[in-house]
Design a protein around this ligand. Sequence first.
Ligand SMILES: [Zn+2]
Length: 88
Amino acid sequence: MMSNGYIEEGRVNRVLQHRRIVGEMIGRPLKKREVVHHVDENPSNNDRSNLQYFRHNSAHCRLHRFADRHGIHLSFLRIPWEKIYAAT
Ligand SMILES: [Zn+2]
């Protein structure tokens, strides 16, 4: 585990585990602009149900701002990744 809590994989081509897993979920490697959000805000919890895909970071930031503004914990804002993938 890295000091920031993210899990890295591979010795030569290092890849962040949560990005690798979501890549498998959507059937291709993630592009740079694509972002994975951890629903429970724990960066080392890479269970599929905890990973939320965003096509752009702008949509991801919108989620965080919405939670901040309304005082809602992010874990209550879980949206199935298929819906996010289709809508963003
Ligand atoms: Zn996030």
